[in-house]
Design a protein around this ligand. Sequence first.
Ligand code: NDP
Ligand code: MG
Length: 384
Amino acid sequence: MKNLSLLGSTGSIGTQALEVVRNLRAQGKQISVKALAAHSSVTLLETQAREFHPDIVAVFDEKAAASLKVCLRDTGIQVLAGMEGLCQAAAWESADTTLNAVVGMVGLQPTLAAIQGGKTLALANKETLVAGGSMVMEAVRRGGVKLLPVDSEHSAIFQCLEGCPGEAALDKLILTASGGPFFGKSREELKSVTREQALRHPNWDMGAKITIDSATMMNKGLEVIEASWLFGVPEDRIDVVIHRESIIHSMIQYRDNAVIAQLGLPDMAVPIQYALTYPERLPSPAGELNLWELQKLTFFPPDSQAFPCLELCREALRRGGLVPAAANGANEQAVLLFLEGKIGFLDIPRLVESAMDRQKPGNVTLEEVLAADREAREFVKAAG
Ligand code: NDP
Ligand code: MG
């Protein structure tokens, strides 16, 4: 029996997670949804609430929360609002597992609330670990809770590490990257790429923010930081390789140079489901891999001239402290401006770099992380 709190239920990961839940139920697995949460998608939240009958639904936007309350008045489902509502949903008493699939730094406080509530945490919200990694990992350690990665690369590494005899056996992590829609383009060519081109990812259908992050390679940079916290491996032992087909989801290399990889069709159903059923393996909605049809897999080094965001994130991780929070906050704001057509594609790394350089050293406490995030956003708004 599994009781789930699902934050970000209306998004790409959230809706796929509910599809995984439907599929598990169809197999007779007892899994129920006790809490749902999103920003403001009232219509979809109402449909989901009527299908899954959670105890509560949390809506970040206060006005949207008020209107959902009216829509659900015949159901007895409680509607909560704001950050407080989101944190209550994250730590909801009758849930044992919280899947955090909201997009952005806004996921940090709910993540901490879920950990403090003793929940098993299935984490898709990578920005949480980027901005507050040391704090989150310390809370996980102190609370003795399970942290299960949902990001496909990190789920792959988590799966590859099963059977690892101990830290000393591990040489490095190898993250794969699709390269996004602009793989092979020069810096000059990237100057004029449009929002529509950037939103066309070759292999994955994801939310807008992570799709832009994939185009700039910021996503892979955020994932290096995420991997470093999740697996306790320093930046110089995390390699990135471009693998256009997105079939190998990531790899680990042992001290004896044996490399273990996890493969499969690019479908988030597998990492989402594994985080929900771990350590069990059950049939999933994902299709089967046919290696004969594929014939070959290709690999290339990343181009740090054209896509500086990956190197910037490595630098942020090396500098440590609040620098990753500043890089992440600046990126979130720059992506918004790019999506609104207010800045160009290459302004994203430029603004991230400047925000990092402005960040003073400080302690990674919740207040300081929130302040570093806010300042980086304000700087980008003004400079963009
Ligand atoms: P989407 O943009 O598709 O969905 C975002 C979700 O977060 C929506 O449910 C949205 O609600 C909710 N949300 C946004 N802001 C708030 C807020 N302030 N309070 C509460 N809820 C909020 O994003 P994705 O599903 O693509 O990504 C979610 C996370 O998972 C990101 O951190 C991403 O990096 C990570 N991830 C995603 C992958 C993918 O395949 N999509 C793969 C690996 C990681 P609303 O609909 O109301 O706006
Ligand atoms: Mg990923």
